[in-house]
Design a protein around this ligand. Structure first.
Ligand SMILES: C[S@@+](CC[C@H](N)C(=O)[O-])C[C@H]1O[C@@H](n2cnc3c(N)ncnc32)[C@H](O)[C@@H]1O
Length: 191
């Protein structure tokens, strides 16, 4: 998907897309490095958008691992599948991940790698999604998501940070990727 089409998705679905551009390759590299994918048996991606993280997940994942993505927007489902033809993308809310994990033969996964725009979400949706992640992650499993730097001064971004720390045993942050538009960092949480 090109930049213009990504902007179009933001204009049509601002609260769902939450960004005017796809994440940079630098951010994709950082978030997938932090996920420790080579040891994972089951990994789920939330909100792949145009597939920039998906492409790197596939490169770093063991060939035997189970992997699929959850994406609500049909245009983004197509964009991810065009970029990564062999990947399974379910067009559904990430809230329903447990159903698809079971379909793939797993009760829990090792890692949720997430591109959702948390700071654009209302509190109820943030709560439902965090509860879903707690349900689908195995104990010791990792949850990786990114946040824009400016989100640290916005109420919804601050609320998400607080909820993340209240939900997980351990939460750390990475360095900032300044070349991302806008600059962003990664939250790494362990159940
Ligand atoms: C900011 S874009 C990120 C896309 C990509 N991961 C990246 O970093 O470039 C957020 C994506 O999350 C998707 N999304 C929003 N709410 C969702 C939900 N409840 N379940 C699954 N995907 C969702 C949007 O449609 C969009 O593709």
């Amino acid at each position: 998907m090109n930049t213009l089409n990504f902007i179009r998705q933001f204009v049509v679905h601002p609260g769902m897309t939450g960004a005017i551009a796809a994440s940079s390759s630098g951010l994709a590299e950082l978030i997938t490095d932090e996920a420790d994918l080579s040891h994972a048996e089951a990994v789920v991606e939330f909100g792949p958008g145009s597939g920039v993280f998906t492409e790197r997940i596939l490169r770093k994942l063991s060939p035997d691992a189970t992997f699929f993505a959850m994406e609500v927007n049909g245009d983004f489902v197509q964009a991810t599948q065009a970029r990564c033809p062999d990947v399974t993308v379910y067009q559904d809310s990430a809230i329903h991940t447990a159903k698809y994990l079971k379909r793939q033969g797993h009760d829990a996964c090792d890692c949720v790698l997430c591109g959702l725009p948390w700071a654009a979400f209302p509190e109820t949706l943030q709560n439902e999604l965090l509860a879903t992640i707690q349900t689908v992650l195995r104990p010791g499993g990792r949850f990786l998501t990114f946040a824009y730097l400016q989100g640290l001064v916005l109420p919804a971004g601050l609320r998400f940070r607080k909820k993340l720390k209240a939900t997980f045993d351990r939460v750390t942050t990475t360095r900032t990727v300044w070349r991302n538009v806008p600059p962003a960092f990664v939250y790494c949480a362990v159940k």
